[in-house]
Design a protein. Structure first.
Length: 399
């Protein structure tokens, strides 16, 4: 077989763009989940999968839809009633009125981020991202051929954004800013002054902004401010969110992007060839979540707040650990450098010795020496997990 024939079966360069450190970060978590399924004594504190069940009224709406025959194709961009419910929710939370036609229903916030990257950026473009960032951003942006430009938020400053550094990262190739607010993994919720400075930068350099707001309903300290609500930002901002965290619905894959009208047809075309419409029963559940009482969501937020405080209290006493208090979300970062171990070695050693999985935060960018600890597990598991972590670190200190 000649070289030309061999090359016909070569893989696309695309596969390299969606690999990398971010994709590899999940290896320990995947191992822990497999061990747990196999009946091993493992406590998983490495993922943001709420232990709460989806509220019964939401499940009932899906079941009723299924029994009613809601198993056929749906509009590619989502049903009008669900898009209208999301538009109303966005207006109530941000003060920004959007037309339901600006809402595109997608398979979770991750799918929304991917769609934005493909529709807004191209090979040779640069996308500025404050780091630490969620680990999928690397491949999500790389999939389009664009280059992710990480801008470090210092640990010493609580991982808050440094707008001067963001400004310095802008080049003629810069196309967009991507960020999560509140942030995963740091739990930082940007304040109005920080967002106004970022908005000013975006306006002056004519940049797109993609704001991942999936943790907006889980802010414990301060308020959630959406950058789309700031002057002249709605026309250049795509707000991505979902029901995964706010309503304990990660497996439903119910997410959306709220975009300026110029972008919507292109997101729709991509959804046509990538998704072809979220299942109708999932949309029925999502609509029930958005139009019913907020009581369950508010209770979940208070439960997460209590769990955060409990984990901080338990791990804050451990010599060698320094935990940062998150303003939002379901994770905290723990500085493990005082134990004498690097973050990757700490995570691996903790799992091997104590059966507790946490994530090395280094692949999130700018967080070498930190591990991400999830408090999405139940109270008893969290208490036992913290006990094991403390015992493990005490063992290191005694060596």
């Amino acid at each position: 077989m000649n070289d030309t024939a061999d090359n016909r079966r070569a893989l696309s360069p695309f596969v390299e763009r969606i690999a990398g450190r971010g994709a590899a970060a999940w290896a320990l978590h995947v191992e822990a989940m497999a061990a747990k399924r196999g009946g091993e004594d493992v406590i998983v504190m490495s993922v943001g999968d709420p232990d709460f069940a989806t509220p019964p009224r939401i499940v009932d709406a899906a079941v009723e839809a299924l029994r009613g025959g809601d198993t056929h194709y749906t509009p590619v961009v989502g049903r009008p009633s669900l898009r209208a419910a999301i538009a109303r929710r966005h207006a109530a939370r941000t003060g920004v009125n959007v037309d339901p036609d600006q809402v595109v229903i997608l398979a979770g916030a991750q799918n929304g981020l991917f769609a934005c990257a493909l529709c807004l950026t191209a090979p040779g473009d640069e996308v500025i991202v404050p780091v630490p960032m969620y680990v999928t951003y690397e491949a999500t942006i790389g999939a389009s051929g664009a280059r992710l430009v990480p801008v470090t938020c210092d640990a010493a400053g609580g991982f808050r954004p440094d707008v001067g550094r963001l400004e310095a990262a802008v080049t003629p190739r810069t196309r967009a800013l991507f960020f999560a607010n509140p942030n995963n993994p740091t739990g930082v919720a940007m304040n109005r002054a920080e967002l106004e400075a970022i908005a000013d930068l975006a306006r002056r350099h004519n940049l797109w902004v993609v704001s991942d707001e999936v943790y907006a309903d889980l802010v414990f300290d301060g308020e959630h401010v959406s950058i789309a609500a700031l002057p002249e930002m709605a026309e250049r901002t795509v707000t991505v969110s979902s029901l995964s965290k706010s309503h304990a619905m990660p497996g439903w894959r119910s997410g959306w992007a709220i975009a300026p009208p110029v972008l919507v047809p292109h997101l729709a075309n991509l959804a046509l060839c990538m998704l072809y419409g979220l299942p109708g029963f999932a949309q029925a559940a999502a609509e029930e979540a958005l139009t019913g009482s907020d009581g369950e969501s508010l209770q979940m937020r208070e439960d997460y707040r209590r769990r955060r405080d409990s984990v901080l209290q338990a791990l804050g006493k451990v010599k060698g650990l320094r935990c940062l208090k998150p303003q939002a979300g379901m994770f905290l970062l723990a500085d493990v450098r005082g134990t004498g171990l690097g973050s990757a070695e700490f995570a691996q050693s903790l799992y091997r010795a104590a059966g507790v999985s946490v994530l090395d935060a280094a692949p999130f960018g700018g967080a070498d020496g930190f591990v991400r600890v999830s408090f999405s597990a139940g109270d008893e598991l969290l208490s036992e997990g913290c006990r094991r972590i403390a015992e493990f670190v005490a063992g290191l200190n005694s060596q």
